[in-house]
Design a protein around this ligand. Structure first.
Ligand SMILES: Nc1nc2c(ncn2[C@@H]2O[C@H](COP(=O)(O)OP(=O)(O)OP(=O)(O)O)[C@@H](O)[C@H]2O)c(=O)[nH]1
Length: 698
C-alpha cells in the first residue's frame, strides 16, 4: 500500500512499521518568535483585490525578504515547513532543486459549480499549504465578486508539498475559471500543466462545459483523472455518472475517484493519484528559456506581477527577459513561487511554476499566453497558442452624474491595467452626455466590469444595450468595423453588413429538447445536429448570431429547461445578414442612443415594443408628441403622446357653437406653434427603461 503523509497537523496514515520519512525540514527566520509572523493580507490595489504575501501589512517593497535555510530532520513536516518551499534557492542558503521527476503540474477542470474551488481549497488544506485558521472558503477565489457570486473569474496558482512513499513532491495547482467568457485563460492554464483533474458533480453528470474543457485538455495532451464530486449528496449517482463520462467523453472511469470536496472525502486518493498518474514535466533546463504566462495582474507597488510556468530553461532573479509577443524587455526584479502567497526565490527551473515582477507598467505588455525568454539567449520560437483576447461584446457606459466623467475615465484606466481584454474609447451622445464605449470578452465580463466600477469606484452608470462588432462592406470597397449603431455608415453607402456567428452546444435532458430548439430557432439559429449522449440526455448544436446571444439567451435557456440544461459556445466567424439600423424619433428628432442594429425580420417587433415603452415613460407635454421607429425614412411603428390640454370651453357657458369652434381652433394653432418650437425632455429613467427593454427584445 502506498504510504501517504500530509504536511503539518494532518493525520498521517503511516503504518507503525513504516519508517518515518527522512526529509528536509525547512525553517525561515520568520519563524523566530521575534519576527512578525507571515499573514495573508490583501494588497490595496485599486481596481483589483488580490491576495499577496505581506508581513503585517508592510508593503511589498519594504518587507524583509524571507531567508530559507535547509535542515535535515527526522520529524514530520511542521508548521514552519508548510510556510516554506523546498526546492527554491534563496539568498546564500541554497536548497536542493526539486528534481523534475518530483514535480507535478495539474489543474482542475469542471463545469460551473461542480466544485473546483471547494476541491482546490481542500487540497490546500490537506497538504498544509494553507493553515486551517487562514482558510476561508474558496481560497483561490480572491476577488470579492468571485466569492460573492461563487464563480472563479481569474485564475490563480498554488504550490503544494505532498509526501508520497516517503518522497516529497511539489504539486503545482493552477485554478481555472469556469465561465465560457474566459475559455482562453482556461486553455492557457491547461497548456501549463501535464495533467488535469476532471471534476464532475455526481448528482448532475456531464455538462456542456465539462465537455468543452475535456476537449481542451485532450488537445493539450493532458493526463485526465476523473473525479466524481459531491458523493455526500443524497442524489449522487457516481456509477451512472461514471458510465456517462465513459460514453460521452470516452474516458476510462474504472479508476475514477469518488470524493466529496465539502466533507473532505477522497482527498488523499486524489493527491496520490496526482503523483502516480500525472507525468512529471520534461527536464529541459538546458534549453533557452521559454516560460508560458498564464495570468498577470497589476500591483500598485510593484507593477504587473506575471504568473508563469517554465517550459524550457531556467530563469534567475535579475535576468533580462523579453516578452516575445509584445517584444518588450525588462529585468526580473523578483521571482518566486506561489505557495499560494508569494515566496521569493533565486532561480526557477523547467517544469516549475512561479511569479515574477519587473516594474512592468501595464498588463498589456505581459499578456496571458505570451512567452518569456532571455534577452541574451533568445528562444527561436515562442510557445504555441498565443492569442490576443479580442472583445466580442460592446456597450456604452455613461455616468448618471455628468461630473463623474473624469472619475469614470480614471476607473476604466485602472481596471485596464489589470484586464488586458477590456477596451474603451470616449463617446458622446446628445441624450446621455459624455461616456465610453467599452468592449468585453462576453456578458459576464461586462457585468463584472460594470459592477466593479459601481462598487469599487462609487460610480452610478447607465449602460446601453450590449451589441456586437459588425463588419460593414461599403460600396466604395472599404470595410468598416462598427459596434455603435449611431456611427453605422448611411444606407446608401453600405453594400452589406456581416455579423459574428457562434456555434452553441446545449446539453439537456430529453424533456426540454422542444423548448430549447424553439428558443434557438427564435434567435435565428440554424440547426446543425442533435445527438443522444445517453438515453436521457441530448446534445443540440446550432449556429446562431452572437447578437442573439448577448441578450437574455442564457437566462432563457435556464428557465425553459428548469435549470437542467447547460451550454457552451465558440466563435465561428463572420457572415452576411439582412441587418438594418432602426432609428427612434421623438417629435421628429432622431434619438441616437436609442438606435439599434436589428435583423430585418425583427425590426417591426422591436420597433413596436420600443415605441410603446417610450409612450409609457415620457411625460405628456403641452403638445402632441409622435414617437416613431423608422428604417431610413420609412416609419414602421408609431405611437402618439397626447397633449395636455386646458379646457378652453370651461368659461363659455351656453354660447354659440361658432364661438366654441373659434376657441378650439385658437388652441390648436397654439399647440401647433408649440410643437414646432417645443423640446421634449426625455427623462433619464425613460432611457434606462428603454435600454433595459432593448436588452430583452433584441
Ligand atoms: N454537498 C456538496 N456540495 C459541494 C461539494 N463541493 C462543492 N460543493 C458546493 O457546490 C457549490 C459550488 O462549488 P464551487 O467550488 O464554488 O464550484 P466551482 O466549480 O469552483 O464554480 P466556479 O468557480 O463558478 O467555476 C458550492 O456551494 C459548494 O459548497 C461537495 O462535495 N458536496
Amino acid at each position: 500500500m502506498a504510504t501517504v503523509a500530509f504536511c503539518s497537523s494532518l493525520v498521517l496514515p503511516l503504518s507503525d512499521n513504516t519508517p518515518q520519512p527522512r526529509h528536509h525540514r525547512l525553517q525561515t527566520r520568520r519563524s523566530n518568535s521575534s519576527a512578525p509572523s507571515p499573514s495573508l493580507s490583501r494588497c490595496h490595489i485599486p481596481g483589483k483585490i488580490r491576495t499577496c504575501h505581506s508581513v503585517n501589512n508592510v508593503s511589498a517593497k519594504a518587507r524583509p525578504r524571507p531567508r530559507i535555510i535547509c535542515q535535515a530532520t527526522d520529524r514530520q513536516q511542521s508548521k514552519e515547513s508548510s510556510d516554506i518551499e523546498f526546492g527554491v534557492t534563496v539568498g546564500q542558503d541554497r536548497l536542493l532543486k526539486v528534481p523534475t521527476s518530483n514535480i507535478r503540474n495539474f489543474c482542475i477542470i469542471a463545469h460551473i459549480d461542480h466544485g473546483k474551488s471547494t476541491l482546490a481549497d481542500k487540497l490546500l488544506q490537506m497538504t498544509g499549504t494553507v493553515q486551517r485558521r487562514e482558510m476561508k472558503e474558496q481560497f483561490l477565489d480572491n476577488m470579492d465578486l468571485e466569492r460573492e457570486r461563487g464563480i472563479t473569474i481569474k485564475l490563480q496558482a498554488a504550490r503544494m508539498r505532498f509526501i508520497y512513499e516517503n518522497k516529497p513532491y511539489c504539486l503545482n495547482l493552477i485554478d481555472t475559471p469556469g465561465h465560457v467568457d474566459f475559455s482562453y485563460e482556461v486553455s492557457r492554464s491547461l497548456a501549463a500543466c501535464e495533467g488535469a483533474l476532471l471534476v464532475v458533480d455526481a448528482s448532475q453528470g456531464v455538462e456542456a462545459q465539462t465537455l468543452a474543457n475535456v476537449y481542451l485538455a485532450l488537445e493539450n495532451n493532458l493526463e485526465i483523472i476523473p473525479v466524481l464530486n459531491k458523493i455526500d449528496l443524497p442524489g449522487a449517482e457516481p456509477s451512472r455518472v461514471s458510465q456517462e463520462i465513459e460514453e460521452v467523453v470516452g474516458l476510462d472511469c474504472s479508476n475514477a475517484i469518488h470524493c466529496s470536496a465539502k466533507e473532505g472525502i477522497g482527498i488523499s486518493e486524489i493527491l496520490s493519484a496526482i503523483v502516480q498518474r500525472i507525468p512529471p514535466p520534461l527536464d529541459t533546463a538546458e534549453r533557452p528559456l521559454r516560460a508560458l504566462i498564464f495570468d498577470s495582474y497589476y500591483d500598485a507597488y510593484r507593477g504587473v506581477i506575471v504568473y508563469f510556468r517554465v517550459i524550457d530553461g531556467t530563469i534567475k532573479k535579475g535576468d533580462r527577459i523579453v516578452f516575445m509577443a509584445s517584444d518588450k524587455d525588462y529585468f526580473a526584479d523578483e521571482i518566486g513561487v506561489l505557495s499560494p502567497s508569494q515566496l521569493q526565490a533565486d532561480e526557477l527551473y523547467a517544469g516549475e511554476v512561479g511569479y515574477l515582477s519587473a516594474s512592468i507598467r501595464s498588463v498589456a505588455d505581459a499578456r496571458v499566453g505570451d512567452t518569456i525568454t532571455h534577452y541574451s539567449r533568445r528562444a527561436e520560437q515562442s510557445l504555441p497558442g498565443y492569442k490576443q483576447a479580442t472583445p466580442m461584446v460592446f456597450c456604452g457606459l455613461f455616468p448618471v452624474d455628468a461630473d463623474q466623467f473624469p472619475e469614470l475615465r480614471d476607473a476604466l484606466e485602472k481596471l485596464q491595467l489589470n484586464d488586458a481584454a477590456l477596451e474603451f474609447e470616449a463617446e458622446s451622445s446628445s441624450a446621455m452626455g459624455f461616456g465610453f464605449r467599452c468592449g468585453f470578452l462576453g456578458l459576464l465580463h461586462m457585468e463584472i466590469v460594470q459592477e466593479r466600477l459601481e462598487r469599487e469606484y462609487n460610480l452610478t452608470l447607465i449602460t446601453t444595450a450590449p451589441s456586437v462588432v459588425y463588419r460593414v462592406n461599403c460600396i466604395n470597397g472599404d470595410t468598416v468595423e462598427c459596434s455603435n449603431p449611431s456611427v453605422l455608415p448611411e444606407a446608401g453607402k453600405r453594400r452589406s453588413i456581416e455579423e459574428p456567428f457562434v456555434k452553441i452546444e446545449m446539453l439537456t435532458p430529453k424533456d426540454y429538447i422542444g423548448p430549447l430548439m424553439e428558443l434557438a430557432q427564435s434567435r435565428r439559429g440554424e440547426f446543425k445536429e442533435m445527438k443522444f449522449i445517453t438515453e436521457n440526455r441530448a446534445s443540440i448544436t446550432y449556429i446562431l448570431p452572437l447578437a442573439e446571444m448577448v441578450g437574455d439567451f442564457f437566462d432563457q435557456l435556464k428557465s425553459r429547461s428548469k435549470g437542467y440544461a447547460s451550454m457552451d459556445y465558440s466563435f465561428v466567424g463572420y457572415n452576411e445578414s439582412d441587418l438594418i439600423k432602426l432609428d427612434i424619433l421623438i417629435n421628429g428628432d432622431i434619438v441616437d442612443p436609442l438606435a439599434t442594429i436589428v435583423h430585418k425580420e425583427k425590426a417591426y417587433t422591436v420597433g413596436r415594443a420600443l415605441t410603446q415603452k417610450l409612450k409609457e415613460l415620457i411625460p405628456r407635454q403641452l403638445f402632441k408628441v409622435p414617437i416613431q421607429a423608422s428604417i431610413g425614412a420609412k416609419v414602421i411603428a408609431s405611437e402618439a403622446l397626447s397633449a395636455m390640454r386646458k379646457d378652453v370651453l370651461a368659461k363659455c357657458y351656453g354660447g354659440d357653437i361658432t364661438r366654441k369652434k373659434k376657441l378650439l381652433k385658437k388652441q390648436a394653432e397654439g399647440k401647433k406653434r408649440m410643437k414646432a418650437i417645443g423640446k421634449v425632455d426625455v427623462p433619464q429613467e425613460a432611457f434606462m427603461a428603454v435600454l433595459k427593454l432593448e436588452k430583452e427584445v433584441l
